[in-house]
Design a protein around this ligand. Structure first.
Ligand code: CMP
Length: 402
């Protein structure tokens, strides 16, 4: 363009035919060429057009540059999106494997007793043979402990069970109750907790095609299907359908995780729903009542009766409850011990190995209010005797050394 010539450009001309108008700027001769009309136009006005063409070229370049910038930004964002999709896929995988682990754990626990897995802080741990190490692992393994309380503490204080109750027929209550008791997770709650939940459930309907639950979202309700047809999906893959009078949507509430699957209404659907907040309040009230009972009980234990209130509260805070069936070992002789036990219900026997006998010999019977396991705590010694449950459903309050 050093000689002032402008490469021919094809401009679009308004009109019936798209015209190719060539514009040339050669030396001082500016001309317009229209191949359709076959006219060469040399004119002073061509100057104006030439500079316009130059302007347009510049504009075009600028736009080209903008376009390139835009494209590289899109590529950058695409890369970010790909990365985030990968992260989401990894997290989803992790969540799935956690759920599988949870299910496995649940299976293991359910073979060990009915009261085994309950959500913290309402947890009542129950194990058959408990060693300190196993206790630690079990604590780490169960993901039931809420990391955050999503409900408003003020609202919690003003919760009224009477106001939350929704009137329903007793036949309907029984069907909901049975549905809750059929659920492998909900059935581990106390009977009266389930009864309270049933009382507070209310009817919710959903239209055909709508999602009642979406995978990955926080859980706000537990449901029981009353009428209609529901299907469960994970990553758009159909897992199963939900029969009428089945409880669902319990996992996110009990284990404070996001929804593990999506639930879609295949027909119009009627459900009974319980708000998460109400569920948590029912659990809280039960836990408080139980705490109060344990506090009174601890006060009645000779070892603790003179303890200052704040120390007793500290003990209450780290207390766990464990259940044992007849013959279960609470403590094994020779094991390391980090826990101290108070019998809250039932009786146990204490046995010890002796040089004269091949089998450990009975040395003591202990009952409600008695305590054991303190020696290994104080001296760092291993357990000096076996403690074995002597009836069904022995309940011990357990205090960890830490
Ligand atoms: P939640 O994770 O709270 O929300 C989705 C619910 O779908 C979940 O609780 C269970 O109640 C239910 N659910 C999850 N996986 C399955 C499955 N494989 N079959 C049937 N129901 C399921």
């Amino acid at each position: 363009m050093g000689n002032g010539s402008v490469k021919p450009k094809h401009l679009r001309r308004p009109g019936r035919h798209a015209a190719n108008v060539s514009i040339g700027c050669a030396g001082n001769h500016k001309f317009l060429k229209d191949p359709h009309l076959g006219i060469n136009v040399i004119s002073g006005q061509a100057d104006v057009l030439c500079s316009r063409v130059l302007e347009l070229e510049k504009e075009l370049k600028r736009k080209d540059q903008e376009l390139q910038e835009g494209q590289s930004r899109v590529a950058e964002l695409q890369e970010q999106l790909d990365m985030q999709t990968k992260v989401i896929a990894e997290l989803t995988k992790e969540l799935q494997s956690k759920c599988i682990q949870l299910n496995k754990l649940q299976d293991v626990v359910s073979t060990q007793g009915e009261h085994s897995l309950q959500p913290f802080p309402y947890k009542v741990a129950s194990r058959i043979q408990v060693s300190a190490n196993r206790r630690k692992r079990a604590k780490e393994g169960v993901s039931a402990e809420p990391t955050t309380w999503l409900y408003d503490l003020n609202r919690q204080a003003t919760f009224s069970f009477e106001k939350a109750k929704v009137r329903k027929d007793s036949s309907e209550k029984k069907l909901i109750m049975d549905a809750m008791n059929k659920n492998q997770f909900l059935k581990r709650l106390d009977l009266h907790q389930i009864q309270d939940m049933v009382e507070c459930m209310y009817e919710r309907t959903f239209q055909q095609g709508s999602y009642i639950i979406k995978q990955g979202e926080p859980g706000n309700q537990i449901f029981v299907l009353k009428e209609g047809s529901l299907e469960v999906f994970q990553q758009n893959k159909l897992l199963s359908s939900i029969p009428v009078w089945t409880a669902f949507g319990e996992l996110a509430i009990l284990y404070n995780c996001t929804r593990t699957a999506s639930v879609k209404a295949i027909t119009d659907v009627k459900t009974w729903a319980l708000d998460r907040e109400v569920f948590q309040n029912i659990m809280r009230v039960t836990a408080q009542t139980r705490q109060e009972q344990y506090r009174n009980f601890l006060r009645s234990v000779s070892l603790l009766k003179n303890l200052p209130e704040d120390k007793l509260t500290k003990i209450m805070d780290c207390l766990e409850v464990e259940h044992y069936d007849k013959g279960d070992y609470v403590i094994r002789e020779g094991e390391e011990g980090n826990t101290f036990f108070i019998i809250a219900k039932g009786k146990v026997i204490v046995t010890q190995s002796t040089a004269d006998h091949s089998q450990p010999q009975l040395i003591k019977n202990l009952h409600k209010g008695d305590y054991f396991g303190e020696k290994a705590l104080i001296s760092d010694d291993v357990r000096s005797a076996n403690v074995i449950a002597d009836e069904y459903n022995v309940e011990c309050l357990v205090i960890d050394r830490e």
